[in-house]
Design a protein around this ligand. Sequence first.
Ligand code: SF4
Length: 234
Amino acid sequence: MVPASQLITQLQRRLDDLRLDSDTRPSVVISSCLLGQPVRYDGGHKSLGDLNRLLSDSLKLHSVCPEVAANMGTPRPPIQWIETRTGELQLQQVDDSLRRFDHSLERTCQQQLEHLPRLDGAVLKARSPSCGSATTPIFSEQGQVLRSGDGMWAATLKEHRPDTLIIDEDQLQTLEDTYWFIVIIYTHKRMREKQDREKGGAGSGNKPEPDIRVLLNCSRVQRPQLIGKLLLPY
Ligand code: SF4
């Protein structure tokens, strides 16, 4: 087992190399509450703490809270996704099912996207009706959890910016997790830039790139075996 400190040192070296070759930092959108902004429905936040310093030193962060952008106020009544008996998905206020936000929030999410540059990554709040990525509970009208799905903001990103690498704060718990994410985002940016340069060329003939999403979502125990793929000179 490779110690975390050794892995971090390798990742730091790779990051230094990638930074030298990169004109601009990768662009990453982040849920505002994870940056420590008090925008949650209860007026609180879910700051990533010290990890935010490393993220903001290495990446160009774009803070977005879709619910605040939709003028829902802070604090505000909580909302949840309901699947009706007819199969329709509705974003309802928890204590008042007649108050729906799906249409207004969808419009706001699309507007937010128009103001953002090309995104390399996203760090989203897990389980949120707006920001959750595959972790947001979908309830029945009787209040039972039917399954997990995407919040409105995560769904909008996936539909309109499919090349964006998305994680949530559950995948960003430690310094090692954060370096791992940052190096992957830099590598992803470099690979996209390379593909852009080659676009229109007569077949690149390059060896297939490793699946960057597999690297992003691999478990911590797999990292020592997979780090070699990130250390390749893309
Ligand atoms: S999870 Fe998303 S919508 Fe909720 S407070 Fe955080 S940024 Fe705002």
